[in-house]
Design a protein around this ligand. Structure first.
Ligand code: PRT
Ligand code: MG
Length: 216
């Protein structure tokens, strides 16, 4: 049995066409089913539904053989023990620093000054500001980051942006592009050795279905 970890929502939806290219059809809809283990059209392949931020953990410890996860989640997790063969180029967005329109960001990130930043992505934010030589006080949040500058909790946020509508609706402007983000295929290294043929077949089918997939 090969077990693939996915999260509900955009990761699941955008992985379906790749699975179809591998001849795998998920036979139940996660939005209506309460099941966390979904069968597929291939008896030897199943999908487990986990929180987006838990996908690398499931694959790391072998609860799943492979999974699809955002580069953001992967960096925060650390990626230890995970083989990362493919950038799937799905669920694309970018990580950005955003602040209220009136905030003097240039002044706040000048050498020697300090900035308070609220984010769910503390590893990415810490490294980003460290590279710039900026003293940053990080406040870890688990969601609704946009609220932090509006309530005086932080000067700025580090968050994912796709259309920009969420920032706009909360009167925030993007002040810096941190990195481009897309979803990656991650594989448990022991599983790859034990179930080489089955897992290789999926990796190769995904690679063929991704436009200009970068095999690394
Ligand atoms: O929602 P939950 O807490 O369960 O977990 P999650 O938010 O980590 O999962 P999910 O399914 O929302 O996101 C899974 C992955 O999709 C992320 O890890 C990213 O790699 C990727 N992705 C792509 C995004 C977005 N686009 C995105 N726009 N993840 C989140 N967003 C959020 C963003 O955080 C912000 O709140 O959407 C809002 C901004 O969207 P715009 O369109 O208004 O700019
Ligand atoms: Mg979400």
């Amino acid at each position: 049995m090969i077990t693939l970890a996915l999260s509900k929502g955009r990761i699941f939806d955008e992985t379906l066409p790749l699975l179809a290219a591998a001849g795998i059809e998920v036979t139940e809809d996660p939005e209506t089913s309460r099941k966390l283990i979904l069968p597929t059209s291939q008896p030897g392949v199943r999908v487990v539904l986990v929180r987006a931020s838990d996908v690398p953990t499931y694959v790391e410890y072998g609860g799943a053989d492979l999974g699809v996860t955002g580069k953001d989640v992967l960096i925060e997790h650390g990626g230890a023990g995970l083989y990362q063969p493919l950038d799937l180029r799905i669920a694309r967005c970018h990580m950005a620093v955003a602040a209220p329109a009136g905030f003097d960001y240039a002044r706040a990130v000048r050498q020697g000054s300090r900035i308070t930043v609220a984010t769910k992505y503390t590893a990415i934010a810490r490294e980003f500001f460290a590279d710039k030589g900026v003293h940053v006080d990080l406040i870890k949040l688990y969601g609704s980051m946009e609220l932090a500058p509006l309530t005086g909790l932080a000067d700025a946020i580090v968050d994912l942006v796709s259309t920009g509508k969420t920032l706009k609706a909360n009167h925030l402007v993007e002040v810096e592009h941190v990195m481009d983000i897309s979803a990656r295929l991650v594989v448990n290294q022991a599983a790859l050795k034990l179930k080489t043929d089955g897992i290789r077949r999926i990796i190769d089918a995904f690679a063929a279905a991704v436009p200009q997939a970068e095999s690394v």
